[in-house]
Design a protein around this ligand. Structure first.
Ligand code: ADP
Ligand code: MG
Length: 728
């Protein structure tokens, strides 16, 4: 009987590119399904338009009257596009997006029906969301949370549904999602950064945080993926011997995109355009069948929404092209993993990117202020920043043998390092007129020129300055960027707030001029945050030793890393910056550690099942073939059979050894899981999963992968790496 594997291969070979015709220019369809400013101008009354714009730009509340007008217009617009349902669209802490569709349709008396959608339905909903993780915030008897409209992220149509981006909070006020704390963090960084900007430009009224994410993913044929229980249940391969050819030749990286994949991408980009996701870049990544999509950067909250939406849309579009998308950080052992670089910057309502050097010495001093404060924030909170990207699946990248490492460091390039060295030598206290001139003309004033050749990018750095933005590269490909973006913006906000206090103190108490005070504080920052600056090779023992000397943390596993999320420093930080309360911080910690446990638990079960139900029986089958063969040889050759069947006999023995290896280790795995499950303390349970359960995966895999090399290919049940990675 042909195995599922051969059936899948046969089907996959029949999958042809699905040709996508693009009849309209992208600029023409961009945002077609978004209730954006342009659409609102057409559909809203002037009052309603001004109301929404004020809410977007200044955070003012939208009253019920305006909400009624907006909802009526939204409904008209949606109905004109054939939409039948609406949903509050939110991002619970499961990591995916959630929606519950309701029809506009409502019955009225006399057996008639109408389409209805009022302000109340737009503004607030109560999904029966008792099964979303809340980390114990909502008691089960009062399992109520509600969603509330976020007017800063425009509503959009997906399929036949109007989606309204919302926050998700408990009735007691605590956040149950990623968006709520992110909005608070963006508010905090706006306040703190605007105050600092006003040292340099009194016209600045608002500072926004920008995010440009780069999403990496793998594409695998849908049938081949469906033939692997591990891919279906865990999103990655738990076993499988590496292919004879992998990524050694680097022939995939930036190579011509295979035709089937290219058509998929065009289709995906078309969807992105309709949804207002400004998809811009596509290319092959390092590993075979690995790709990347990057949009043009946007305001951080919108960018996070767009990434969450993309992670949903990408799977649906892929399915149309007979692909399965693997967003997992490490779908294939021995191949490059996937990340989601978060390019981050701050910009003013006057149109200035605060992380790009300006044309005048004063604006360059402003740049240096934000640049150095960011580095200082990362240094002070490096452990928390590491924790912001800690998940079971990202552990395969950070701290494993892959860049970036679990040690957070900042790369700024040779030229800016020189500038910082010069600034370190600034005189304490008042500066002489000559020194000021010298600094402004020859140090600060020179920055614009030098940055142009700041091209020596360090690809292994987890946090790199790349000309006009910082690039946080440790974020995992499955992550909701809301989490790391909340933390990054909060720590920068806190740092800028402290900076302002220190500078003001020098001005008020020591009588220093504003620029002197800024230079003085920056000098101290440069001195104190040197340990975080690193431009060498970001992984390996040499750096680990060096980082330890510098006092940097190296938390390789999630249970270890997450501890920083509930430290006193963290709780104080979030409370001071009004981003999260202690209860919210602790709840999230609990959810994340629990997710880690469940993740490893599921992987363990799946691996045990596959090893015992697929691999061992196949090995036995092949061993029996060998046994028959040896018996036959004995019949024919009698005494000489021993030397003639020597190889077969040793194969029979080897197979038995591997079967034994699998069985004993799966038994151990089950025992360790049982032991771990009995541990009450959640932290200790997570550690047990990390230190006792997880290491057994490697042992089991080792024996399975060895068998894959020995057993007749015709009867091997699991689709092999070469098939998954090289079938196009
Ligand atoms: P790469 O890092 O792969 O060389 P780019 O630097 O061109 O690619 O851009 C990567 C991402 O960074 C894109 O999403 C881009 O829009 C975004 N980006 C560019 N400038 C900024 C900025 N000032 N703030 C935030 N993101 C930015
Ligand atoms: Mg990049």
């Amino acid at each position: 009987m042909p195995t599922l594997r051969f059936h899948a291969i046969k089907e996959s070979l029949a999958h042809k590119p699905i040709i996508i015709e693009e009849s309209k220019k992208r600029s023409e369809i961009f945002g077609e399904n978004v209730f954006n400013e342009n659409t609102m101008r057409q559909y809203l009354t002037k009052d309603a338009f001004v109301g929404v714009m004020n809410a977007v730009q200044h955070g003012t509340k939208i009253n019920r009257n305006i909400a009624d007008q907006v909802s009526a217009s939204m409904k008209d617009w949606a109905l004109s596009k054939g939409v039948t349902h609406y949903t509050h669209w939110f991002q619970p802490l499961t990591g995916t997006t959630a929606e519950k569709h309701d029809a506009f349709f409502e019955t009225v008396s006399g057996g008639m029906a109408i389409e209805k959608f009022d302000g109340g339905q737009l503004v607030q909903q109560e999904p029966d969301a008792s099964s979303f993780p809340s980390g114990g915030i909502r008691n089960t008897f009062e399992a109520r949370g509600y969603t509330a409209w976020d007017p800063t992220s425009p509503a959009f149509i997906y399929g036949s549904t109007l989606c309204i981006p919302t926050i998700f909070v408990a009735y007691t006020g605590e956040a149950l999602d990623y968006k709520t704390p992110l909005l608070r963090a963006l508010h905090a960084v706006d306040d703190a950064a605007t105050a600092v900007c006003r040292y340099f430009d009194k016209n600045v009224k608002k500072v926004s945080s920008s995010l440009g994410w780069e999403q990496e993913y793998f594409l695998v044929d849908k049938m081949l993926a469906a033939s692997r229980p591990d891919i279906i249940l865990t999103g990655r391969t738990l076993l499988g011997h590496s292919s004879a050819k992998g990524q050694q030749l680097d022939d995939h990286y930036f190579g011509a995109i295979p035709n089937r994949a290219l058509n998929f991408m065009r289709d995906l980009e078309h969807e992105c355009m309709l949804l207002g996701i400004p998809a811009k870049t596509r290319h092959n990544e390092v590993a075979p069948n690995q790709f990347e999509l990057a949009p043009i950067y946007e305001e951080a909250n919108l960018a996070v929404d767009h990434n969450s939406l993309l992670m949903d849309v990408i799977g649906r579009v892929a399915s149309r092209h007979n692909f399965k998308v693997l967003l997992h950080e490490k779908p294939f052992a021995g191949m490059n993993g996937s990340g989601k670089h978060n390019n981050w910057s701050l910009s003013t309502d006057t149109g200035v990117n605060l992380l790009a050097p300006g044309k005048t010495p004063m604006s360059s001093l402003q740049f240096l202020t934000f640049f150095i404060n960011t580095i200082k924030a990362v240094h002070t909170h490096e452990e928390l920043l590491r924790a912001s990207v800690a998940t079971a699946s990202n552990d395969h990248r950070l701290g494993a043998n892959e860049a970036p490492p679990a040690i957070i460091s900042v790369f700024i390039g040779e030229q800016l390092t020189k500038v910082l060295e010069e600034l370190e030598g600034v005189t304490k206290g008042k500066l002489s007129p000559q020194e000021k001139t010298e600094l402004k003309l020859n140090v600060v004033g020179k920055i614009p020129d030098v940055l142009l050749d700041n091209t020596d990018r360090n690809r292994t750095s987890p946090f790199a300055f790349t000309g006009n933005k910082f690039e946080f590269r440790a974020v995992g490909s499955t992550a909701n960027s809301g989490n790391p973006m909340t933390i990054l913006n909060t720590i920068v906000a806190k740092q800028l707030k402290d900076f302002k206090v220190e500078v003001d103190k020098l001005i008020d108490e020591k009588g220093l001029k504003k620029d002197e005070a800024v230079f003085n504080i920056l000098r101290e920052y440069i001195k104190s945050c040197k340990p975080i600056l690193f431009d060498g090779n970001g992984y390996g023992e040499v750096w680990e030793k060096e980082a330890k000397k510098r006092g940097l943390s190296n938390n390789k596993s999630t249970p270890e890393a997450l501890k920083a999320k509930i430290s006193k420093q963290t709780i104080d930080l979030f409370e001071e910056m009004n981003v999260m309360s202690k209860i919210e911080v602790e709840a999230r910690y609990e959810i994340e550690i629990e997710a880690y446990i469940k993740h490893i638990q599921i992987e363990g079960r799946v691996l045990g099942d596959i090893a015992r139900n697929h691999i061992v029986p196949t090995a036995v089958k092949y061993q029996n073939i060998l046994v028959e063969n040896v018996k036959g040889l004995k019949e024919i050759f009698d005494k000489d059979f021993k030397s003639i069947s020597k190889e077969q006999i040793s194969l029979i023995e080897e197979i038995s050894n591997h079967i034994k290896g699998i069985n004993t280790n799966v038994t151990k795995l089950i025992d360790e899981r049982k032991k771990a499950n009995k541990i009450e303390d959640i932290e200790k349970r997570a550690s047990a999963y990390c230190d006792k359960v997880k290491p057994l995966f490697d042992d089991i895999r080792y024996h399975c992968d060895k068998l894959e090399l020995m057993v007749d290919d015709e009867i091997w049940p699991l689709t092999k790496y070469r098939e998954l990675l090289f079938t196009r």
